[in-house]
Design a protein. Structure first.
Length: 340
């Protein structure tokens, strides 16, 4: 009987002694994806210290042996891959006897996401984790046909855009886009051959590259560089947009596009996503397209799209365009977007 009592008391005494000679201050919280240092103060005669770590909710612990940093300090490094929300649970033993917390009541360290990781999570939720997008859009813009004597003077153009976008979410750089544009029209211009009152204007091949920058969540700046083959040779252009809110939801945007030998446009757009699966926008545009020497015209158009699910969206555009009060024409277009 006396031998059994000694066998029971001895390990308890060892654990109690080790606990009295080991001191550990747990971290208050941790950042997801960042390694954690568990530091203990203990004498050189302390039995081997081992930290047993697991993610909150897990059932098994992973042992990490503490190694000597200096004469009084021992350290265990929890790898960054193990530091994930919502928290980290652990206890420390010395020679098999718990000296900080216990397997039944482990200490919990709250793990939080970084601000960037939280933002990325919200962006992934909004896009259903679809990083890539293919978009196509075609529109017809008619300013109406003026009559000069017995001559009819058409003033219209069509525009085709196709692009591929990839969401990087490497803030402030959110997105990269590359695209193709074709714009061909007929209008009166000083560039028309002698004897002709109207002629073809625009370009058949244009390529562009765009960066989407968002230094602050919800505030976005898009900058585009364009190169195209016009009737006068190669030309350059650019487009810029500043936006408050999400492009596919409620937002306000203002921007400008200028294309060498083609013209310049400025626009204001109001978008709202209050009707589920039916995002809408209304845009006012001031422009002299498709020729830079044309008088300034005004366009007002409305876009309505429907989200069919699985990243597929189809939209229509209707509106009008006019350069003078007495003559106006129709604007119409179709577009489609596929996210994957």
């Amino acid at each position: 009987m006396k031998l059994a009592v000694i066998c029971l008391v001895l390990p308890l005494a060892v654990g109690t002694a080790a606990a009295e000679t080991m001191r550990h201050v747990p971290p208050a919280e941790a950042e997801a994806g960042t390694a954690i240092e568990l530091v203990a103060e203990a004498s050189a005669t302390t039995p081997t210290l081992v930290a047993h770590v697991r993610t909150s909710g897990a059932t098994t612990f992973a042992p990490i042996e503490l190694v000597r940093r200096d004469e009084l300090h021992w350290i265990a490094i929890v790898p960054a891959t193990s530091v994930v929300p919502p928290g980290l649970e652990y206890f420390i033993d010395a020679g098999g006897a718990p000296v900080f917390a216990s397997p039944e009541s482990p200490h919990t360290v709250s793990v939080r996401l970084t601000d960037e990781a939280e933002r990325k999570g919200r962006d992934m939720l909004r896009s259903n984790a679809r990083r890539s997008r293919i978009h196509v859009m075609g529109e017809w813009v008619d300013y109406g046909t003026r009559t000069m004597g017995t001559q009819q003077l058409p003033d219209h153009y069509y525009r085709l855009d196709g692009d591929f976008a990839y969401r990087l979410w490497a803030y402030p750089l959110e997105e990269l886009r590359v695209g193709y544009t074709r714009l061909i029209g007929e209008t009166a211009s000083t560039a028309c051959p002698t004897g002709s009152t109207t002629c073809e204007a625009g370009f058949k091949v244009g390529g562009w590259f765009e960066l989407g920058l968002a230094p602050i969540e919800g505030i976005r700046f898009d900058g585009r560089m364009m190169v195209m083959a016009t009737g006068n040779g190669f030309g350059i252009g650019g487009r810029g947009e500043a936006r408050l809110g999400e492009r596919d939801a409620s937002h306000v945007a203002i921007g400008v596009e200028s294309i060498q030998d083609i013209g310049t446009s400025g626009f204001f757009r109001l978008g709202w996503g209050t009707v589920p699966t039916f995002p809408m926008t209304a845009t006012v545009e001031i422009t002299n397209l498709p020729a830079p020497d044309r008088s300034t015209g005004v366009r007002l158009y409305y876009d309505l799209a429907h989200d069919f699910g699985q990243g597929v969206r189809v939209g229509v555009r209707v509106g009008y365009a006019a350069r003078v009060q007495t003559v106006a024409g129709f604007t119409g277009g179709l577009g489609a977007t596929v996210d994957f």
